[in-house]
Design a protein around this ligand. Structure first.
Ligand code: SAH
Ligand code: SF4
Length: 364
């Protein structure tokens, strides 16, 4: 059951390029309808534009050849395809592509395109905010603080911009770029509707990752979007979690576990527990055992993420990554929970496109 909540929204705060023209990419069909109405065109024009943007990945209005030359001229005056500029693009040895996008207000955000040799799926990792207020101690985005929320359109357009640039269809989507999606829940939910209805990525291929914002989890649960929820747990004990994920002081581990159970119960969806392995901080054997206990009666998978180095101003790494042996030992102990435990495959570390490393945006 998908609620089409954007019909009544109309054209709300569309992105605009520097000359004030409305950007069309990332708008829902209902918003495109509101736009064509505003320039005195019939509603079916919105379907045509929608198809050019979402099915043919058009990069300019001039490509929309089933519109008359006169209409294209008028469209060019009022609108453009995208207000996202690619500021830089880095390609990793493993094929991962990291995009640094410049927003119309000059702010910068990053998105990542990942391919895996053994799967014929392409995954995009999108940002939901510029910066982040949660301040996890191991995360480059957290280090920078919060700047602003992204609009739904800006979130959707990251995926379209990647498809336009790479010429490849994205089949899986993770909200694991910069920002805390569930501190921008309304826009994130609206973006998920457009991902499903226009981009064509099903809820089962979408994962929303959160540091544990309980009201946001509840809101997501109510929308019945069949997306996967990933909780960034990172420590099973309150003392360590309060230290590395400060928002634990607001939303306790016990309340989070209750919230996850509710999510599973209501949606029928298995959740993912993400766990960053920081040497001597979160990788201790007793923590693996405590983790196994904590999640035993939650329908979940566990994904261990070996720490990707982030650096202080003086160039020293903030934490150390545990050895391969320590990672495997932790995995074995965590498997006592009876859950599937995986160690995350690294992508794009040579271009700083790995989890938590998206911060180059702020160096310009
Ligand atoms: N704010 C959300 C989503 C973005 S971060 C969240 O925290 O869940 C996506 C994942 O990368 C999270 O699990 C996050 O904790 C993890 N991460 C952040 N910095 C990291 C780092 N330096 N090394 C490994 N994983 C990191
Ligand atoms: Fe924000 Fe997620 Fe980074 Fe924590 S890990 S600071 S919640 S982006």
């Amino acid at each position: 059951m998908t609620k089409n909540n954007d019909i009544e929204r109309g054209l709300k705060d569309p992105a605009r390029d520097k000359s004030g023209r409305i950007a069309l990419s990332g708008l829902s069909l209902a918003q495109l309808k509101a736009f064509v109405k505003s320039i005195g065109e019939p509603a079916f024009r919105a379907d045509q534009i929608h198809s050019w943007i979402y099915a043919k990945w058009a990069g300019s209005i001039d490509e929309m050849t089933n519109l008359s030359a006169d209409l294209r001229k008028r469209l060019n005056e009022a609108a453009c395809v995208s207000a996202l500029e690619i500021a830089t693009l880095k390609v990793s040895r493993d094929g991962t592509r990291k995009y640094l996008f410049r927003l119309p207000d000059g702010k910068l955000v990053e998105s990542v395109l990942m391919s895996f040799q053994d799967r014929d799926t392409l995954s995009a990792c999108v940002s939901s905010q510029v910066g982040c207020a949660v301040g996890c101690t191991f995360c480059a985005t957290g280090y920078l603080g919060f700047m602003r929320n992204l609009t739904a359109q800006e979130i959707v357009d990251q995926v379209l911009a990647i498809q336009r640039e790479s010429g490849q269809r994205i089949s899986n989507l993770v909200y694991m770029g910069q920002g805390e999606p569930l501190l921008n829940t309304e826009n994130v939910i609206e973006s998920i509707f457009t991902m499903q209805q226009s981009v064509g990525i099903g809820g089962r291929h979408i994962t929303v990752s959160t540091s544990g914002i309980i009201p946001g989890i509840e809101q997501l649960q109510k929308e019945n979007l069949s997306v996967t929820l990933a909780l960034s747990l990172h420590a099973p004990d309150t003392k360590t979690r309060e230290e590395v994920v400060p928002i634990t002081k607001k939303y306790s581990i016990a309340d989070l576990m209750k919230s996850l159970k509710d999510y599973v119960h209501t949606t029928g969806r298995r959740v993912t527990i993400e766990y960053v392995l920081l040497k001597d901080v979160t990788d201790r054997p007793e923590q693996a055992i405590e983790l196994a206990e904590l999640v035993r009666d939650i329908h979940c998978n566990i994904n261990l993420i070996p720490y990707n180095p982030t650096y202080n101003e003086d160039g020293t790494a903030l934490y150390d990554r545990p050895s391969r042996e320590a990672q495997w030992k932790f995995k074995e102990l965590a498997e006592r929970s009876g859950k599937t435990v995986t160690i995350r495959l690294e992508r794009g570390t040579d271009i700083e496109a790995a989890c938590g490393q998206l911060h180059n945006a702020f160096k310009e």
